[in-house]
Design a protein around this ligand. Structure first.
Ligand code: C2E
Ligand code: MG
Ligand code: MG
Ligand code: MG
Length: 288
């Protein structure tokens, strides 16, 4: 049973257990040991449908639970992992624990589609699609429950190879999401060539839209293009009620951001769901 205290804690900004670590340069060796030693943990951030408030899934966001520095965020070690050849090991670790978690949710009769971020460097290995397929099958999860998010600004590297691997992943029925859309360079060509199922509009881009006519025009063009291509549209970085109302009115499908929930440890999710089910009718029932 969930206590009122707990519910209220989830509705306000919950204090995180450990403070955000200072910026620090880590070495490849430190990161390698962290991956091998189980110091990487997944947090999960819920996504909800703008129209109904229904929970549509969770995005997996990796953190380094550092013994001295506290919780270290991915902007401090993903580039390093890519530079020193640790990104395959990192992705595999993140994917495996997300799949383990998905199994636990299934056992608790929670059906939560899962998104995992992958690096462009993962998409240069031809065996990647088979590897993911095998892991997902072992976990007893349907491929359509897993979406792989790829950051748009990195898509240009190794274009042909990654195109091939993304197409194979899609043929295996995984969802494919183009992340941080609006920040890259060759969006239109990639939308044509790669069978993406979802488009995530970057937070920086979303933020400008309510007050900047040209940002708004680009946002609206991107949305209508995605809709015509049959893609699900997601707005990331929905931070307040104003963002929510603005994007909802523009027909974006899915909302993700601190206004709905911050990324959280898996164990906090059921309490958040209970709180959301109380908040949802209030949010959607407001006179427009
Ligand atoms: P992303 O995939 O675009 O994820 C969204 C980021 O925005 C996350 O930052 C999330 O915590 C943050 N965020 C969510 N809602 C809000 C909001 O309302 N306001 C603001 N200001 N921020 C919000 P995070 O967790 O620090 O991750 C940063 C990036 O690191 C991710 O961006 C993703 O590109 C990368 N990343 C995270 N986990 C992984 C992973 O397992 N593998 C790889 N390759 N990359 C990862
Ligand atoms: Mg992402
Ligand atoms: Mg993103
Ligand atoms: Mg982003």
């Amino acid at each position: 049973p969930i206590q009122l205290q707990q519910l209220l804690a989830h509705m306000s900004d919950r204090p995180t257990p450990k403070p955000r670590a200072h910026r620090k340069r880590y070495s490849a060796e430190e990161l390698r040991l962290a991956i091998a030693g189980g110091q990487l943990i997944n947090h999960y951030q819920p996504k909800v449908a703008f129209a109904s408030g229904a929970i549509t899934g969770v995005e997996t966001l990796v953190r380094w639970d550092h013994p001295e520095d506290g919780l270290v965020f991915p902007d401090q070690f993903i580039d390093l992992a890519e530079e020193c050849g640790l990104i395959d090991a990192l992705t595999q670790t993140v994917l495996d624990s997300a799949l383990k978690q998905a199994r636990r949710w299934q056992a608790a009769e929670l059906s939560l589609p899962l998104a995992v971020n992958v690096s462009m460097d993962n998409l240069t290995r031809l065996e990647f699609p088979e590897l993911v397929e095998q892991r997902v099958a072992e976990a007893g999860i349907a491929p359509s429950y897993l979406t792989l998010e790829v950051t748009e600004s990195r898509l240009m590297k190794n274009r042909l190879e990654s195109l091939d691997i993304l197409t194979r992943l899609r043929l295996k029925r995984f969802g494919l999401s183009i992340d941080d859309f609006g920040t890259g360079h060759s969006s239109l060509v990639q939308l044509r060539d790669i069978p993406f199922t979802e488009l995530k509009i970057d937070r920086d881009f979303v933020r400008g839209a309510p007050n900047d006519a040209s940002a708004r025009a680009i946002l609206e063009a991107s949305l209508s293009m995605a809709q015509q291509l049959g893609m699900t549209t997601v707005a990331e970085g929905v931070e307040d009620l104003e963002d929510w109302d603005f994007l909802r009115a523009r027909g974006v499908d899915v909302a993700q951001g601190w206004f709905i929930a911050k990324p959280m440890p898996a164990d906090d999710l059921s309490a958040w769901i209970a709180a959301w089910e109380l908040r949802r009718p209030v949010l959607l029932g407001r006179p427009q």
